[in-house]
Design a protein around this ligand. Structure first.
Ligand SMILES: CC(C)(COP(=O)(O)OP(=O)(O)OC[C@H]1O[C@@H](n2cnc3c(N)ncnc32)[C@H](O)[C@@H]1OP(=O)(O)O)[C@@H](O)C(=O)NCCC(=O)NCCS
Length: 172
């Protein structure tokens, strides 16, 4: 099994865009979000899955600050990761994981962990990840990933104003 991490560009953006509603549906189990009136887990005005979700456009607009990755397994789109790196660090963080997804048929095979470790290594610094408290798989996932990194970084867990669990850690 080959796992590739590709910076998403105009050529492969379609694969990330197509996977995004699947991710939103998975997340809806934890945050209670609903589809729009057309049954799409996407922006309000989106009528069909053929129409692009304009709310995602910013992921392909500023490569230094908002960085989309496509995860491929045996050359097939298998997930994605959105990283944010604010120009001026705030909340004591240099890097954020905003969204992270592996398709269901390829879960529990170490693919997410491999991709996450590769990404964390690319961006040393202080990281912040917010997760719904109900999303226990993701919470276990990030705890495992961070502890597996070189130096076994310590991971701090807090709860923010929106009751989201915040994981903070530093990658050297
Ligand atoms: C969370 C997610 C990315 C994990 O991807 P994955 O490729 O299945 O994860 P891995 O196989 O690499 O698992 C690595 C470790 O994470 C933990 N983990 C992963 N899935 C888990 C689950 N369902 N329950 C408990 N622990 C889990 C385990 O510790 C696992 O290590 P182990 O197999 O040695 O015990 C995937 O389940 C997913 O896309 N979920 C839906 C979207 C989501 O919640 N994203 C996170 C938002 S930040």
């Amino acid at each position: 099994m080959s796992i590739e991490l590709e910076l998403s560009d105009e050529v492969n953006a379609q694969a990330v865009r197509n996977l995004f509603p699947l991710y939103c549906h998975d997340i809806s189990e934890y945050d209670g979000s609903l589809p729009n009136r057309n049954g799409i887990f996407g922006e309000d005005g989106q009528k069909t899955l053929v129409d692009p979700d304009r709310e995602l456009d910013s992921w392909w607009g500023d490569r230094d600050r908002r960085i989309p990755y496509l995860i491929k397994v045996d050359h097939i789109p298998a997930g994605f990761c959105f990283i944010e790196r604010p120009e001026v660090p705030h909340e004591g963080a240099d890097n954020y994981v905003i969204d992270f997804f592996v398709i269901r048929s390829l879960r529990n095979k170490g693919i997410g962990q491999f991709a996450a470790e590769e990404i964390l290594k690319k961006y040393p610094g202080r990281w912040l990840i917010r997760i719904s408290p109900k999303n226990k798989p993701a919470r276990r996932f990030w705890q495992k990933v961070v502890k597996s990194m070189d130096g076994e970084p310590s991971i701090e867990e807090t709860v923010d104003d929106e009751d989201l669990v915040c994981y903070r850690f530093t990658i050297a």
